[in-house]
Design a binder for this molecule. Sequence first.
Ligand code: PLP
Ligand code: COI
Length: 340
Amino acid sequence: MTIKNLDWQNLGFGYIKTDYRYIAYWKDGKWSKGELTQDNVLHISEASSSLHYGQQCFEGLKAYRCKDGSINLFRPEQNAERLQKSCQRLLMPEVPTEMFIDACKQLVKANQDWLAPYGTGATLYLRPFVIGVGDNLGLSPATEYIFSIFCSPVGAYFKGGMKPTNFIVSEYDRAAPHGTGAAKVGGNYAASLYPGKLAKQRNFSDCIYLDPTTHTKIEEVGAANFFGITKDNKFVTPLSPSILPSITKYSLLYLAKKRLGLEAIEGDIYINELDQFKEAGACGTAAVITPIGGIQYGDNFHVFYSETEVGEITQKLYNELTGIQFGDIEAPEGWIVKVE
Ligand code: PLP
Ligand code: COI
């Protein structure tokens, strides 16, 4: 093994072609035996349901290099289960958990030269996806599918990583009530591109979306979930049927309670009650934990802890989460799967 010579400390979040990707085909009611391939181009029918009707879903998880050189995956069965739920929602065949985890392991092992050295903070991001393919014109589910995973070395998603960044509340919704907000499907992200562009034009890193029914409660960030730390030290994160059930957020709810001794709550966070929070952050696989400096809502800019400094509890949560992911802190049972 020879780790690639990339500028690991300054890596952003972009596609870098690695050597191998995994691919399996669904045909005649079953998955083929998946295999690794060096070809990073998919050859699919022009009439594929994924291209026209958005019949596709995806996942995101990371591989981490530990101090002893071994490689960790973080809660991959959670990604497998969420992908299964997304597949159910869009009438696509589910990928069994065992097949999903085995594919992740094979892929990481084959591309281990692309996984950053320990201590650089960089990781290998895995992007599993299922797409409807085959000849399909009318609006109906495909009869053929591809399950594939590629990976790419990544650094921070939001510029600066563990540095406060600012968000703006969008007037748009990313998902409808009773829609597909809780599934990780491309349509939600397509809907967020334009609001995201408007936010970036005004120098904000991303949007905060409000609940699509009343527009009074925080839902999530375009590419991550939201959490706040109240002035009396409660960890609070939104509970909504139209947000993505973030694996990072559920991990933080657990860690806040069990390791930091905080009260941890999933509940309503009203946009006009931000004063209750002394710290806030965005959390997700790509975002890890990104402290939120401030949120623009209409004409009002609300600053939480600071626009330049990281709050104490946000820092503790970050240390605990990343310590577990990189194998420096003991993980709760079942959270780490070794790539061997
Ligand atoms: N919310 C959205 C819209 C996301 O795209 C992501 C990223 O996956 C998250 C939340 C965080 O989810 P997770 O922690 O499972 O990566
Ligand atoms: C992730 O964090 O895995 C995501 O899917 C977010 C994506 C917008 C990069």
